[in-house]
Ligand binder design. Structure first.
Ligand code: FAD
Length: 132
């Protein structure tokens, strides 16, 4: 198995309905493909972790990178894994809101996130806090 963690810049015109479409499509497709993970959105940026069989993750990430609803995709981590961090979620979605600590708590409770994943998420959430 492998996992990919990335950040990206959401299209500025993206509304609530579009976010809902992305999440519901992802959950349906990932459920069929054995992909799990989390997706965070802070109103401007996405952070997503996808995990599963390598061929499925490569195909999923290629589709995600081509998607015009975001840009500037930066891969933070891409590696082989022995265990999933969010086995119970075809795609757990969290909107980063104040207080940002709630987002970290929700991610923590959603699975078994690694310490380095939590560090990345804390940085992402902190970035959001500084930008407001
Ligand atoms: P098609 O449905 O054939 O669409 C063709 C093209 O149009 C693709 O480039 C597609 O990206 C784009 N497109 C599709 N719908 C829209 C729309 N409503 N508005 C504008 N452009 C559109 N997919 C997953 O399967 N799993 C995930 O975990 C996942 N996470 C995502 C996270 C983010 C932040 C984003 C933006 C997208 C995510 N997607 C995910 C969706 C993925 O990028 C593809 O859109 C989807 O998998 C369908 O791909 P396709 O090649 O079958 O495209």
């Amino acid at each position: 198995m492998k996992s990919v963690l990335y950040v990206s810049v959401a299209d500025p015109g993206l509304g609530t309905d579009a976010i809902h479409d992305i999440v519901s499509h992802s959950q349906r497709r990932n459920g069929a493909d054995g992909v799990s993970g989390i997706l965070l959105y802070n109103g401007s940026n996405f952070l997503q972790l996808i995990e599963g069989e390598a061929a499925m993750i490569d195909a999923c990430y290629a589709r995600i990178q081509r998607d015009p609803r975001h840009s500037g995709v930066v891969t933070l981590r891409e590696e082989e894994i022995a265990e999933r961090e969010f086995p119970g979620w075809a795609m757990r979605f969290s909107l980063v809101e104040q207080p940002v600590e709630n987002t970290l708590k929700a991610v923590h409770e959603a699975g078994a996130p690694r310490a380095d994943t939590l560090d990345r998420i804390a940085a992402f959430v902190g970035l959001n806090r500084r930008s407001r």
